[in-house]
Ligand binder design. Sequence first.
Ligand code: AMP
Ligand code: MG
Length: 415
Amino acid sequence: MTTLPSCDNLPTHTLTVDQAQTRILEAIQPLIHTETIPLKQGLGRVLAAAIIAPFNVPPHRNSAMDGYALNSQALPTGLQQFRVIGRSLAGHPFQGTVQAGECVRIMTGAVVPQGADTVLMQEEVQRSADHITYQGEIKANKNIRHPGEDLAQGAEVLSEGRVLNAADLGLIASLGIAQLTVWRRPKVAIISTGDELVPVGQPLGEGQIHDSNRYTLLGLLQRLAVEVIDLGIVPDDPIQLEQAFQRATEQADVLITTGGVSVGDADYVTQLLERLGQVNFWKIAMKPGKPLTFGQLGQCAFFGLPGNPVSTMVTFLIFVRPALMRLAHYPDAMPITYKAKTLTTLKKAPGRQDYQRGICHQDEHGQWWVKSTGFQDSHVLRSMSVANCLMVLAREWGDIEQGTEIPIMPFAPLF
Ligand code: AMP
Ligand code: MG
């Protein structure tokens, strides 16, 4: 691998990816509002209050097996006989007390009757009409689940900040809790900017293209605990842009625009933000996605992403997603990277951190390998569709030789 140290001197107004991420996360504070939702809607939501067990789970002593409940006290070893005096089924407990020489037929999950302290598995006994016989030593506490064994009354079952998964939903249901107090989801408005953009379902005129960024963003956002406000396409017109920005700030916590943040003649987004809000920075030493505007517009955090479809996706994953996760009280906001060896040589110029599209796989020895998807231009959205990871190539690196170990960022948890 060739490495040039000279690129440590960044041009003025240019930030490294790390610096930009840090500044964004410093400027973003988790939302302070909570809401109450039905348990059924809890998947992926973040608890704003701990879940405390209101009672023991399981609430009663119950059998872990189908078998016979009896009292093990003072029984001799060897062949023994017990009279079957009744049944205890799940949901239908036996009402009496088991005396010496007696037993109760019991099913999994059923209450262990009074007087019994152990359960013999049905496979271990011989049943005849109203008796069972058993050969061997009978020990107390076999095949019995005790109250509070899963969760003890008063215990903190899930703490504040927990991102609820399927197991958690079941756990909460086992406590009989129907409503959850969770952090409100960030409201995220999205706008595509560009005179050339046409919505899907309408024919293209000369020089026009379909707006694809809104669909990638919708997909990316739907994987997060956020509420999306789709404000559609806005042309490169300062007045219409200002009106759209106004609509966004009235309802959203975050506004994401794509396009119009370069220094082209029709790039009004940054200019407008300078006038209406506060611009934090707009050049990052990364590829793709060099121009990026981050700022504040009223109560809205503002992200102006570059319009090239790959740049939009990469800058969203690297900067916007961690910020949204922080707003939403998610822990560990940064995308996870793993190490993989390259199967191909990778072309790269020192100076910017590259996020090249790769296809990775794990071999039978557990080693991860990655190869390039080929052509890496930032307008080639197909490269993101073909890829299953980004290869994260450090700013100072030059060309990367085959077999080098590099960080990769798998798409699977991201979108
Ligand atoms: P811009 O950032 O506005 O200079 O746009 C850079 C490139 O991305 C241009 O080729 C645009 O046509 C293209 N582009 C901008 N917005 C979109 C969009 N929403 N969908 C697809 N391509 C876009
Ligand atoms: Mg444009």
